[in-house]
Write a protein that binds this ligand. Sequence first.
Ligand SMILES: C[S@@+](CC[C@H](N)C(=O)[O-])C[C@H]1O[C@@H](n2cnc3c(N)ncnc32)[C@H](O)[C@@H]1O
Length: 200
Amino acid sequence: MSASGVAGWDAEAEGYDEPADHGLRDPSVRAAWRSLLLGVLPQPPARVAEMGCGTGTLSVLMADAGLEVDALDFSPVMLAAARAKGAARSGVRFTEADASHPPFEQDAYDAVLARHVLWALPDPADALARWLRLLVPGGTLVLVEGHWSTGAGLRADQTVALVEGTGREARLTRLDDPALWGRTIEDDRYLVVSPSPALS
Ligand SMILES: C[S@@+](CC[C@H](N)C(=O)[O-])C[C@H]1O[C@@H](n2cnc3c(N)ncnc32)[C@H](O)[C@@H]1O
């Protein structure tokens, strides 16, 4: 992954869903992500704020599972694809906005999810603090990040340190199962879940 800025991500949008883990078009890859995410997200009824939703693949997956999803992205072209995907669903809304300053209601969401977004932000620590303000007491932060063979991304220890820097626990799981990616991976991909401090 290498894009940056709105224009860079707009340019990525057309072919964005082609890799197996992006579009989740392969039912077995989709099932792997569904199992992973629903295993750490709250049970419906619950509200999820998704940062940097891209083409909306995970937003729709969550809505299909009965979650109420507010998703944002700053790329109009990514969002057009997301809105087309979510058109037949009632449980998902898409907003054009900067993930560094999410315009969502504070103290309102049971979970915040971001996959492959934190690494791309200019000030990840500041963004993370703003994301946490969206959570209700007892809310869960779910981050999927990686440090890719291109050299881009965040190492797992960096993401764990960012979460722990907010005073919350960070539970790290390596995502090395080929079922998630449709192929064997060599680089470092992982999940960090920060449960409610009260529940840890
Ligand atoms: C690697 S893609 C991940 C998309 C989606 N989360 C997924 O997992 O398929 C990164 C996404 O973050 C968005 N993004 C990057 N920086 C952003 C920012 N500051 N505000 C909002 N969206 C941003 C990009 O437009 C892009 O859609």
